[in-house]
Design a binder for this molecule. Structure first.
Ligand SMILES: C=C(O[C@H]1C=CC=C(C(=O)O)[C@@H]1O)C(=O)O
Length: 479
């Protein structure tokens, strides 16, 4: 990738942008080839969710990712190039695709700011292979957005990625870029206050109709059968999910639902990704799969749960019970052991705390162990994703047998539920989360997913209650 830092305010007007594109076309474009030009520009603070609302269209790919508690958000809108895969070596092929795109990209502008430069947005399904012909998402989707808008530490950066070849009409291109750039800046100014987004929410919640995708009795029977597999030592742990459909009299509204999620769940990762056919996968997940900044990797072991108490005393009591429960600690340990073993296989030296911490969310709390490792420069983020997915926090142990059993017990397609979603940039920085506590939104129907880890000593009723707690937190945010 070629990098050219330029002055902070790149172009004074559309004419100057046109002149720049013309020069680029004349000097940098080999005959009959398409090159990608990535322009980064700092702008006054905007809310990326408001921008998604202002310029995103249902027929386009998008990716939205926010950490409300850390004041960080990024929206990727429409695609300039993309890859959709149905292949068992999807992580490797995705890596190749990103590398070949970067080799063909010239980056200009404010390239040293947080979230500047080209970022590739990725979603993978839980399973390597999609058995269902009508699966809403392919087993891998990777795209370089046409527009990327980020907010961090009171700074916003817009990245426009543009495909340029000999056929492109530069006048039309620069006009449309200039118009959209202006809309992005205006969307930010008009709607930065999230209360505005809330105002457009229509509260149709009371009119929702809930339909179990599978009977709750089916779930409890699956837990009982899984417990006998555990007793016979076939598996140590399995994570079983439950799903229900919610039907609304009016179509679900993406932006207000995301806005509710970010207000209600500031300590989760709020996400949304679209398949470009009108279906969106959204959620509020507490689970980070990887975060890589400057070759420093952090991943989470997150497993073992308890409800939040209604009073401070009750909350402290539940927290203490969780931290001291032999069964919850065992369920958690399986995840730590798996992650440290998989990272060691990559030649890394994972560092962990001796005791788990507590991650306390709105209505649930978890045992949480962040795991750190230094990365050599030649390890690609997708190699780590491939190595870690699926952890026993969402599948079980041993992985392959647990995955087979899950397919046998669950009657619905997991699709993107419990699977990696995230981005990779040109510096090798990356963030992926695990798409749990999530919903597939399709017009007036939303399918909600959540699961629970089953180990020896699990009680089917309690596991179902835990899942219902997780699903309620999601349902309350949907509008
Ligand atoms: C699989 C899910 O949660 C995982 C993450 C944290 C705690 C879990 C648990 O205690 O069972 C699960 O392993 C889900 O919410 O769908």
């Amino acid at each position: 990738m070629t990098l050219t830092p330029l002055r902070s305010n790149l172009f004074q007007d559309c004419k100057e942008l046109y002149q720049f594109l013309l020069k680029f076309k004349q000097t940098s474009l080999p005959k009959k080839q398409t090159k990608i030009l990535s322009i980064s520009q700092e702008i006054p603070a905007v809310d990326p969710l408001a921008v998604l609302q202002a310029i995103g269209l249902p027929g386009q790919l998008h990716f939205y990712f926010e950490k409300p508690g850390q004041g960080e958000a990024i929206a990727a809108i429409d695609s300039v190039t993309s890859l959709k895969l149905e292949s068992p070596d999807r992580f490797y092929q995705s890596q190749q695709f990103i590398q070949s795109c970067l080799a063909n990209t010239t980056s200009i502008g404010a390239i040293n700011l947080p979230f500047s430069g080209p970022h590739f947005f990725c979603s993978f399904t839980f399973y390597n292979n999609n058995l269902e012909p009508d699966s809403p998402f392919p087993s891998a989707t990777i795209f370089l957005p046409r527009w990327q808008i980020a907010f961090r530490k009171n700074i916003s950066v817009v990245v426009a990625n543009i495909a340029i070849n000999s056929e492109v009409n530069l006048q039309d291109l620069s006009d449309s870029l200039w118009r959209t750039f202006h809309s992005i800046k205006m969307a930010g100014v008009e709607r930065f206050n999230s209360a505005n987004l809330l105002n457009i929410a229509i509260d149709g919640r009371n009119k929702f109709i809930k339909q179990n995708v599978t009977d709750v009795t089916h779930f409890k029977l699956s837990v009982i059968k899984a417990l006998s597999s555990i007793e016979s030592k076939k598996i140590d742990k399995i994570v079983l999910a439950h799903a229900f459909d919610v039907i609304s009299p009016i179509p679900f509204q993406l932006i207000p639902s995301l806005n509710h999620l970010r207000i209600r769940h500031p300590d989760c990762y709020i996400f949304s990704t679209s398949n470009g056919k009108g279906q969106n996968f959204i959620g509020a997940s507490p689970e980070r799969l990887i975060s890589i900044h400057n070759h420093k990797l952090v991943t989470d072991a997150l497993a073992g749960s308890a409800a939040r108490g209604k009073t401070t005393e009750e909350d402290a009591e539940f927290a203490n019970q969780l931290l001291t429960s032999e069964k919850e600690r065992r369920e958690h340990r399986v995840v730590i052991d798996f992650i440290t073993q998989r990272l060691s296989q990559l030649g890394l030296h994972p560092e962990i705390l001796s005791q788990p911490k507590l991650l306390q969310l709105l209505n649930i709390q978890h045992l949480w162990t962040p795991i750190h490792a230094q990365l050599p420069a030649d390890v690609n983020p997708l190699e780590i994703v491939a190595q870690l997915h699926p952890t026993p926090a969402v599948a079980g142990a041993p992985t392959e047998i647990a995955q087979e059993e899950i397919r046998h017990y669950e009657t619905f397609n997991r699709s993107l539920y419990a699977a990696p979603l995230g981005w990779i940039d040109s510096r090798g920085d990356s963030e992926f989360i695990v798409g749990i506590r999530s919903a597939l939104i399709d017009g007036c129907r939303a399918r909600l997913y959540a699961g629970a880890g089953i180990v020896a000593g699990s009680d089917p009723e309690k596991e179902l209650a835990e899942i219902q707690l997780k699903l309620q937190a999601l349902l309350k945010a949907l509008v």
